[in-house]
Design a protein around this ligand. Structure first.
Ligand SMILES: Nc1nc2c(ncn2[C@@H]2O[C@H](COP(=O)(O)OP(=O)(O)OP(=O)(O)O)[C@@H](O)[C@H]2O)c(=O)[nH]1
Ligand SMILES: [Mg+2]
Length: 455
């Protein structure tokens, strides 16, 4: 098969592990006839050419042109339809030396293999029916997951939980559609009794599709994470809170105003969500050029944040005009007001603020929860259902939900069934596109070209 970008009949190869020195590296190959073609590059050519599927062979890799040994390797041999791609393939585990890997790839090129394009192995697996499109997308989501939670969600999708959920909706729609079509095929007087098409059932399925589409925001949050910036006046305790999040003394803390002069950042995980946390220079009027530059940078970083944690020194309270200033500065950025130093504060925290002590850790759990709830737009601490992490899937689920709403409306309004039937069929097609039963070459190119090379 040929898509615009990929030709699945050609022999392909790619390094599946990162380019760099390592103990071991894996070089993948795939394509029908690939075992025979690759076998000439090994010292035990005949044994490899005759190897049973699913076996591992020890051999030297040799340049067929000169007979020179290039590396000592093991080769896993798979014969179609076994293995990842469903085609013949040889996976070579070699030493992780860059010159060695380069030689191996050169030898394979000379033996008729070309470099694989991004996602080409998984595309072949999809085309050969080894996985549906939701599982194929989960492969890339799994590889790029930035938190344990995102990883386990992607693993769930790879094992087919999203496919099963979507397929269950689709099967019910196929049954409903066939009931509609039976009635359309016969004139009214020919069928004894008309079967009512339950609008409620359609609405239920519409809700399932819409609910899944809505999980996109949370799914993305777990997968991609968010940028969170600590901001506030000097000495409000930003660096102290930064260190509390990191559980280490990374940022310098002191009672001197203007301690942090340039921003520092670190990846942390808050309740399963990967967060890039920034500590910035505190705001105040600065005559010092370097400090002024630090403050300018703070403003720039806060401007690109998904969430700003604006700290107030609770022992001093809000400075005159501070609330107004911050509302103006962070007009378009979600901001949480953090009332810090509750251990020495005598004032009650302002309404809507979160009271913490960066020194004692009091209020920290509430702060973590507030951050995630604000980023997700809702409380997600109890959510355990499957989630999606693909804009394509989200848009198709929304499309399916729209078709189903229209189908249910048409029944409520007692419209003729030939109005309802295409709406149900539209929803079935949208769901079929998610799982990959209906796809064009263009869509496949678009999905798989976003993958890693070697995947
Ligand atoms: N008692 C108490 N002291 C705190 C708390 N948080 C920070 N401090 C103290 O406040 C002072 C300033 O803390 P920093 O974390 O350096 O403040 P900052 O906002 O990073 O300051 P700049 O870098 O100057 O903008 C230090 O002496 C901290 O020990 C708190 O929750 N309670
Ligand atoms: Mg600081």
């Amino acid at each position: 098969m040929e898509t615009g970008y990929y030709d699945t009949d050609e022999l392909i190869t790619a390094l599946a592990t990162p380019w760099g020195e390592s103990a071991l590296a894996a070089v993948r190959t795939s394509g029908n006839g690939c075992i025979e073609a690759a076998s000439v590059c090994f010292s035990r050519s005949e044994a490899i050419a005759a190897a049973e599927s699913g076996t591992i062979q020890y051999a030297l890799m040799c340049d067929p042109a000169t007979g020179e040994a290039v590396d000592e390797v093991t080769a896993a041999v798979y014969r179609a339809p076994s293995g990842y791609t469903g085609q013949d393939s040889v996976e070579i585990f070699c030493h992780g030396s860059l010159p060695g890997i380069q030689r191996i790839l050169e030898i394979l090129h000379a033996a008729g293999f070309r470099d694989a394009r991004p996602g080409e192995f998984t595309l072949r697996a999809f085309i050969n029916g080894k996985l549906d499109l939701t599982r194929a997308e989960a492969v890339q989501e799994l590889v790029t997951a930035k938190s344990r939670k995102a990883h386990s969600l992607a693993l769930g999708r790879l094992s087919g939980n999203l496919f099963r959920e979507i397929d269950a909706v689709k099967q019910q729609l196929v049954e409903l559609l066939s009931a509609v079509e039976v009635q359309l095929d016969y004139a009214e007087d020919e069928i004894e009794e008309l079967v009512a098409i339950p609008a409620d059932h359609l609405r239920l399925l519409q809700q399932t599709a819409a609910r899944l589409a809505e999980t996109y925001r949370t799914g993305r949050l777990y997968a991609e994470g968010a940028r969170v910036v600590l901001a506030g006046r000097t000495n409000s305790g930003k660096s102290s809170l930064f260190n509390l999040f990191l559980k280490e003394d990374r940022s310098i803390v002191s009672e001197i105003h203007g301690t942090t002069r340039d921003y520092i950042e670190s990846w942390i995980t808050v309740r399963g969500v990967p967060i890039r946390l920034f500590d910035t220079a505190g705001y105040r009027f600065a005559e010092d050029v370097i400090e002024a530059e630090g403050i300018r940078r703070s403003e720039k970083i806060a401007g690109a944040a998904d969430l700003v944690l604006y700290l107030i020194d609770g022992s001093r309270g809000l400075a005159a005009g501070e609330k107004k200033d911050l509302q103006k500065t962070f007009k378009n950025i979600p901001t949480l007001l953090i009332w810090n130093k509750t251990d020495i504060s005598h004032e009650a925290p302002p309404a809507g603020s979160i009271a913490v002590s960066a020194v004692s850790g009091a209020g920290f759990a509430d702060l973590e929860k507030a951050i995630i709830t604000r980023l997700a737009g809702k409380d997600i601490s109890q959510e355990t259902d499957s989630m999606i992490d693909s804009l394509r899937q989200k848009e198709l689920l929304e499309q399916a939900a729209e078709y189903l709403a229209a189908a249910a409306d048409s029944i409520d309004e007692r419209m003729p069934l030939d109005i309802t039937a295409p709406e149900i069929a539209g929803a079935i097609d949208a769901l079929g596109e998610i799982t990959g039963e209906i796809t064009s070459a263009d869509i496949l190119d678009k999905i798989f070209s976003g993958f890693c090379v070697g995947k």
